[in-house]
Design a protein around this ligand. Structure first.
Ligand code: NAD
Ligand code: MG
Length: 417
């Protein structure tokens, strides 16, 4: 049966890879909805190529421009804004929604899709970071499938098939370590956005590329894994694996470790999430282990990646704290890309925000959105303070943030404590 897809975030890195798979398997997939931000040139091309029934863009003005430029040859509906995302996500023709908007903006349409009974292929990890408990409960309530596109989680999902759930000892998420894996955080004050965006193995959107450099991406992925696989955070380990060949692993109680491997290309994970339990015959280059050299693994140094350690603490504390953590990170990453703060200050802004706000037990999505907003407002004010003190040095003139004692995060670089 043909799978009818609404694709949220169609013009992004994941979105374009999803459309490559759809194009290659026209008899298997049909695009019924596309939602994007502001890249109307690319969206227009996608509309012409895939002829969806509904599309949406972030704002009203680009929606008007698009409507004009598409003219009469296309007869679908153009929506915009948050409501437009929801309309695409819940369109009656769609049976599967690929959630690939970047950031917290992905939560509402993804949640709406679940409530409308759609199966989800999830790239937008922020959805589970912000509202994992509520989202997974909704998945169960509506009896829909939620399959991970994130390569680590897709790998764990595959590895879990090798044994019984009760026999799982731990999950091991691999991380490339990003472009600054071998440098000290204290030496990264002069790093430019271009340097931080240059990921060694994966080609991805801007936000996730910076998240990989701070390893906050892996922090978000720990929280994502906790909800997705219903596993305590203590049983989720992170290993640095610079080659990005082993996408993640599962250790069972008998000591067997099952790994999923492949070339670093998101199309493999996307294809699996879309075709599960079948596997599609893709035309991607094959992994040639004889030629890829040594595979290395090491434990991450929390002192160099304070945001990763903070993510463990935030995950453990739960409530609305992960939503606050995520919101602060989005603000800090934007501020770094706009050159308002320095690279090491990203983790500092996040830690300071988390330490200033109270966590509550969310009973509905509205509470999550309130925490998200509070996190953003708080992080903005910290960014402003940092931007004003740009010349000041880490841990000295800037008072080190008060982290909740449980977090125990040491943010000062060695030698400057
Ligand atoms: P990207 O920046 O390349 O693309 C983001 C997409 O979202 C674009 O189409 C953009 O127009 C759209 N968008 C942004 N704001 C929007 C809004 N308010 N309404 C509608 N559309 C909006 O990002 P990406 O790298 O493709 O990542 C997308 C998601 O997938 C993120 O959550 C990321 O963490 C996750 N992910 C990405 C990769 C990867 O390889 N790129 C891997 C794993 C997980
Ligand atoms: Mg990942």
């Amino acid at each position: 049966m043909i799978k009818k897809i609404s694709l949220l975030g169609s013009t992004g890195s994941i979105g374009c890879n999803v459309l490559k798979i759809v194009r290659r398997f026209p008899g298997r997939f049909q695009v019924v909805g596309l939602a994007a931000g502001s890249n109307i040139t690319l969206l227009r091309d996608q509309v012409e190529a895939f002829n969806p029934q509904i599309i949406s863009v972030a704002d009203e003005e680009p929606a008007r421009q698009l409507s004009k430029s598409l003219g009469r040859q296309w007869r679908g509906k153009i929506a915009w804004g948050r409501q437009g995302n929801i309309e695409v996500a819940t369109h009656q023709e769609a049976d599967t929604v690929v959630s690939a908007i970047v950031g917290g903006a992905g939560l509402i349409p993804t949640y709406a899709a679940i409530e409308a009974g759609k199966n989800i292929a999830l790239a937008n990890k922020e959805t589970l970071v912000m509202a994992g408990d509520l989202v997974m409960k909704a998945v169960k309530r509506h009896k829909v499938e939620l399959l991970p596109i994130d390569s680590e989680h897709n790998a764990v999902f595959q590895a879990l098939a090798a044994g019984r759930r009760d026999d799982v000892n731990k999950i091991i998420l691999t991380a490339s370590g990003g472009p600054f894996r071998q440098q000290k955080l204290a030496d990264l004050w002069q790093i430019t956005p271009e340097q931080a965006l240059a990921h060694p193995n994966w080609s991805m959107g801007r936000k996730i590329s910076i998240d990989s450099a701070t390893m906050i991406n892996k922090g978000l992925e720990i929280i994502e894994a906790k909800w997705l696989f219903d596993i305590p955070v203590e049983d989720i380990e992170v290993l640095i694996h610079p080659q990005s060949i082993v996408h993640s692993m599962v250790e069972f109680r008998d000591g067997s470790v099952i790994a999923q491997m492949g070339i670093p290309d998101m199309q493999t994970a996307i294809a699996y999430a879309l075709s599960y339990p079948e596997r599609l015959k893709t035309v991607l280059p094959r992994l040639n282990l004889g030629r890829c050299g040594d595979l290395q693994f090491s434990t991450p140094d929390f002192a160099n990646f304070p945001g990763l350690k903070l993510a463990y603490q935030v995950c453990k504390k739960g409530g609305t704290l992960p939503a606050i953590f995520n919101a602060a990170n989005e603000i800090a990453v934007e501020a770094f890309l706009a050159e308002k703060i320095r690279f090491p200050e990203i983790s500092l802004v996040v830690a300071e925000t988390v330490s200033r706000l109270m966590s509550r037990e969310p009973t509905d999505i509205k509470m999550i959105l309130e925490a998200d907003l509070a996190g953003r407002v708080q992080a903005e004010s910290i960014v402003t303070a940092f931007a004003m003190k740009k010349s000041l040095k880490w841990g000295k003139e800037i008072a080190c943030p008060e982290i909740p004692p449980a977090a125990g995060v040491d943010l000062a670089p060695t030698g400057e404590k």
